[in-house]
Ligand binder design. Sequence first.
Ligand code: URA
Length: 237
Amino acid sequence: MALIRLDKYLCDLGLASRREVRALLRSGRVLVDGLPPVGADQKLDPVSAEVTLDGEALRYSRFRYFMMDKPVGCVTATEDREQRTVLDLLPPELRRLGLFPVGRLDKDTSGLLLLTNDGDFAHRVISPKSEVEKRYHAKVSGVPDAADAAAFREGLTLADGTRCLPAVLEYDGTEDCFVTLREGKYHQVKRMLAARGKPVRELRRLSIGGLTLPPGMQPGELRELTEADLCTLFMGR
Ligand code: URA
């Protein structure tokens, strides 16, 4: 792997900001291959070098991947002058990683949201070409039925003429239903169900690809994805 500077290595891991990194190095807590570093600009191979912090080996990764149970009431944006954003929910040490949300959930939608600093990954999850399915639980006014499911299957045309890709609507004779999409147009689930005369009252995203929120995760909580989670995410494409 290409050599990188020690200060970049530590910043990419979220261990220090650019400003804090020199103090961290001066503290003597960081060793490179068992030796005190020469300086912040010391070059190292992030894969083969053994960097320790307080004696614990660090594992370098340029890109980071997290899941959040997005609560209702915050916006899916990196900044907003008036409203609380999903990034405002991050602990301080993760705010410096340059994370951004993968796709969008509306302010009044809850559920699985991914955050990363890897643009290619985000594109891969969002692009309809990747066919990564997103599954939602909706509570609607009205009772979805077989005719609605058939319309979803064929590919709905929304009120403004937008064509949707074929989608799956699961219904059970109540006001609850499940919608699975391979794309993410603006307010898509709400607009699709509204087009069938079943306006959404509550919406929650349950899964992205094969990835679901683990039981017991609290609204606003964040967990880093494992290698296995990343495989699960793209499973079944
Ligand atoms: N579809 C919607 O209408 N809203 C969301 O937040 C996500 C999908």
